[in-house]
Design a protein around this ligand. Sequence first.
Ligand code: G1P
Length: 293
Amino acid sequence: MLKKVRKAVFPVGGLGTRFLPATKAMPKEMLPVVDKPLIQYAVEEARDAGIEEFIFVTGRGKTIIEDHFDRSYELESVLSERSKEELLKELMDSVPNAGTVAYIRQQEPLGLGHAVWCAKRLVGNEPFAVILADDLILAKTPCLAQMTAAREGVGGGNMLAVMKVPHEHTSRYGILSPGKEEGALVEVEGLVEKPNPAFAPSDLAVIGRYILEPNIFPVLENQDRGAGNEIQLTDALSSLIGGDPFNGMKFEGTRFDCGDKIGFLEANIAFALSREDLGSDMKDIVTKFASNL
Ligand code: G1P
């Protein structure tokens, strides 16, 4: 029987230089979209996909993330005294159950492949998800849940979230050599990290959601440095092609690149517009600004 995806890895060791000075003392994963940090969206998406264990690969200066996913007794007692029941419930619900969160440090910034490898002992010998909090996805069914469902249909293996990107942007992403397509699934025949548009095999890019088999770990262990002189997850994955099923999934939903200022601002507008409590005010604001352009 297909092993359930129970664990998710969140690489959160990056420096966030693109958001300085905001990220000088605060991790970029704590930047809020409307009123929730990026990393909380990621954890909720994992939870909605049935993930039971949450593994954060952190770095120096990231301890606020640990505090964020912990109980805050002072705050809880103040909210309770002030009868702010709804807010209190929301706060309590956002804390993962005792014993389900683990933090491990990536001691050197050697790349995404290395960050995932750091989680090896905590993941063990089972399939697992990787979520990059920078890639925020607004969707009816959360992206990772779409992927776990699709994975059952193909009997497991590796699965990556993919979407078409402008051709001139291929050098920002892992890019697929697509094979057979069936519905939302695209067979992965090749993978290359951040190719120059002149050499990109397609415009289908990997977005930060992965479901991986544990046989990626021994490959990562011996992986040479690739693009940007970093140990790339994409490179390790490309050497697994031809074994287990390996698919890209064109997910339904809108993805925002929150590692980029414009993408982040756009996400704030889109998420505010989608909210029952803020949508109509936000719409008025956007219309007001648009009419002054
Ligand atoms: C990482 C991956 C890349 C992927 C991208 C998605 O790149 O290495 O393959 O397409 O995430 O956001 P990064 O954005 O960390 O440079």
